[in-house]
Write a protein that binds this ligand. Structure first.
Ligand SMILES: [Zn+2]
Length: 91
């Protein structure tokens, strides 16, 4: 994952469960390493695909929460490096 990723992780259905992988959405057919260390092929699912109802992989769900927290933290720290507009000067 690089700091340029917009989201901490994405989900893809695999083997009866939904697994997550780091970073932005990858193209369909791309092989990625899931958060639970499985090698999986990314599949995009349709809005009403039954795979959306598959249970989350517990390991992925746990790590996804950690990544989301990290990602949010970076989002809070990040803007300080960028020049901020005059904030709080117009009371
Ligand atoms: Zn998993």
């Amino acid at each position: 994952m690089t700091s340029n990723d917009l989201v901490p992780c994405c989900w893809t259905p695999h083997d009866g469960k939904r697994h997550a992988y780091r970073g932005d959405l990858r193209d369909e057919g791309v092989t990625v390493m899931s958060l639970c260390c499985r090698v999986i092929v990314v599949r995009h699912y349709a809005i009403n695909a039954e795979e959306r109802c598959w249970p989350e992989c517990e390991t992925c769900a746990q790590r996804a929460r950690e990544l989301a927290a990290e990602h949010q933290m970076r989002g809070l720290i990040g803007p300080i490096e960028v020049s901020l507009p005059a904030y709080g000067s117009c009371h």
